[in-house]
Design a protein around this ligand. Structure first.
Ligand code: M6R
Length: 614
């Protein structure tokens, strides 16, 4: 969603903030802006633009009145429109009526209309349609002589969520930030402080980061930071070392981050499984779970929560838990869970899946599950993310930063971690040592299996180009292949804008078949696993309705061409590995369709990398 960068240092704030905003581009945005303290005029200069950062950069060059060295402090923002269209007026930063306070905001101010009316009655004039602008005016109204106190007083009026960073020409060199429900991290460097909504904008400066917690307020300068509660009580926050390096957030010669991340999956899986597989015990070692064998043995139900791709990996996780551990497992969409009155028993273990660790619905679902006393584990990729911190126990993917908006390596690493988790639970239930050893061996071979799929690149590209002009598509599968079909359809629609639906193959006859015809291809997931013959029949039904059929099948399946027009082959592998292989093939298929159609693959329209609002 929206991105924030704040900088207090010794010079070229514009350049530093611009570089930070570029690192946040992947989150999705439609306008951008910056406010800088001008040391020559001792005022705040504000520049905004609609569209990409390049256009903001052009405007900065044209419109900044002073030389770049005159700016040593500033705030920048990339906005993903919610309240009001993407226009320069609605872009952040928003400035108070008297021009003294500039604010960037992520989140949603729920009572902004009431506040706006009140402020307007008090004589404040509004220049935007946003909810965020009220914050700037409130700070002005609450200001006496202390910026931090003015911000905390202003925030006490606000209902909703926020991550804000504020500067004022009355306090040169001082930056104030506060958080409730919208992440903010502070990079600790020598001679400068960087505040950002996402560590991607910080890792080029430092690996030492403090994550603000809800209701924290930070006062920072180039050499100093102080965290307090909104009631001005000092708080100590732990420093986290981030193990991402700058190379990981560069494209490294790949045309898109998504392609780099697809190709990075063998290494990512190797990292996600390193040191975690116990051959001799036929089990896994996931210390972050902080559960004894006894505690795991007493779990009688698993509930997996997630959204989007994380929901689909959770659906595959259900099969792992039921197949390896005999534990009845349910998967729920996080928003659905949080707004129902979910049943949580004292032997239920909840697992929250989130690449970013910031997804608003999953976070809220985690909080609800914790309030109900459940054991809640998280599986996140981003170290120090809110879900990871709030659950306090779980497993990091160690997949490295995922920059492409379409999730790829996080998905396959989630599957690897879920398999290892289910294996560990299984060994405290009825899973035998021998079966455990087989599972360990198969997980170990995951990178090799994925490489075999990646080698099919040229064949997949040809098929993608052949079908790229179709406007609609179905993905069908059974068992492990059903969630893989949902994920394939999601990948295709999000990056190529082709309308794609994933269905259980058996559901085709219950309605969707009405839409089949020569202009609607069907991608059938038919590796040689249970359900194979039945899915072949569904492909025949599709062919009978003249739908072109693309099969994702097992290498060496000599009969598959009788049931399809084109085939993509994945290696022969155990059933529980097959969704990983099928999804890697689907990722490439979606990528090459999108490339053929000339789409903006890394930042698809309307999409954000991390969905921090409902
Ligand atoms: O960060 P999360 O895993 O919680 O994100 C969940 C979804 O927003 C995410 O998977 C989304 O569906 C991706 N764009 C899928 O490619």
């Amino acid at each position: 969603m929206c991105g924030i960068v704040g900088y207090a240092g010794t010079g070229n704030a514009a350049g530093e903030i611009l570089a930070g905003l570029r690192r946040l581009e992947y989150r999705g945005y439609d306008s951008a802006g910056m406010a800088l303290w001008n040391a020559e005029t001792r005022r705040l200069d504000v520049v905004k633009s609609v569209g990409k950062i390049d256009s903001l950069e052009k405007r900065l060059k044209k419109e900044l009145p002073a030389t770049r060295s005159a700016y040593a402090m500033g705030i920048g923002h990339t906005r993903w429109a919610t309240h009001g269209a993407p226009t320069p007026a609605n872009a952040h930063p928003h400035v108070s009526d008297n021009g003294a306070f500039a604010v960037v905001h992520n989140g949603i101010i729920e009572n902004y209309q009431t506040l706006k009316k009140r402020l307007a009655a008090d004589g404040f004039s509004f220049k935007s349609e946003t909810d965020s602008e009220v914050i700037a005016h409130l700070i002005q109204q609450c200001y006496e002589d202390d910026l931090t106190r003015a911000v905390s007083a202003a925030l006490k009026n606000i209902k909703g969520t926020y991550g804000i960073v504020v500067i004022s020409n009355l306090h040169p060199g001082v930056i104030v930030a506060a958080r409730k429900g919208s992440p903010l991290a502070v990079g600790i460097c020598r001679d400068k402080t960087i505040i950002a909504s996402d560590i991607s904008a910080i890792v080029q400066h430092t690996d030492r980061v403090i994550f603000l917690e809800d209701n924290d307020i930070l006062t920072a300068s180039a050499n100093d930071i102080e965290v307090m509660s909104l009631n001005n009580i000092p708080i100590s926050r732990e420093m986290t070392h981030i193990d991402w390096d700058i190379e990981q957030i560069e494209k490294n010669g790949y045309k898109h981050f998504m392609l780099k991340e697809i190709y990075g999956q063998p290494e990512a899986i190797a990292d996600a499984t390193r040191g975690r597989l116990l051959e001799d015990e036929g089990s896994s070692k996931l210390d972050g779970m902080q559960m004894s064998a006894g505690e795991m043995a007493s779990v009688d139900r698993v509930l997996i929560l997630g959204c989007g791709t994380s929901l689909y990996s959770g659906m595959i996780g259900k099969y792992f838990f039921e197949d390896f551990a005999d534990i009845p497992t349910e998967v729920q969409q996080s928003a659905e869970f949080r707004y129902r009155n979910p049943i949580i028993g004292d032997k239920t273990c909840v697992i929250a899946l989130s690449q970013s660790g910031e997804t608003a619905d999953t976070l809220a679902a985690v909080r609800e599950a914790m309030r109900k006393g459940a054991t809640v584990l998280s599986i996140c990729n981003v170290v120090g993310s809110t879900i990871a911190r709030e659950t306090g126990r779980g497993v990091y993917l160690h997949a490295g930063p995922e920059v492409g908006v379409a999730s790829t390596k996080a998905f396959t690493c989630q599957l690897a971690v879920l398999a290892m988790m289910a294996l560990r639970f299984g060994r405290t239930h009825r899973l035998s040592l021998q079966r455990g050893e087989e599972i360990v061996q198969s997980i170990r071979r995951l990178p090799e299996y994925i490489r075999a799929v990646l080698e099919q690149k040229n064949a997949i590209r040809k098929i993608a180009e052949k079908y790229a002009q179709f406007k609609n598509a179905f993905f069908i599968g059974r068992g492990y292949m059903y969630p893989a079909a949902l994920e394939g359809a999601l990948k295709l629609k999000e990056i190529s804008y082709v309308h794609a639906e994933g269905y259980h193959a058996a559901e085709l006859k219950h309605g969707p078949i009405a839409l089949l015809g020569s202009d609607v291809p069907v991608v059938g997931l038919v590796p040689k696993i249970p359900g194979y013959d039945k899915t072949l029949s569904n492909l025949q039904e599709s062919k009978a309705r003249k739908s072109p059929v693309i099969a994702i099948a097992t290498e060496g399946d000599r009969h598959i061409m009788e049931h399809c027009d084109d085939a993509i082959f994945i290696p022969e592998c155990p059933e529980f590995i097959s969704p990983t292989c099928a999804v890697v093939a689907e990722q490439l298929l979606a990528y090459y369709v999108a490339e053929k159609l000339g789409c903006e693959i890394d930042q698809p329209r309307n999409l954000a990398k991390s969905v921090t609002v409902e």
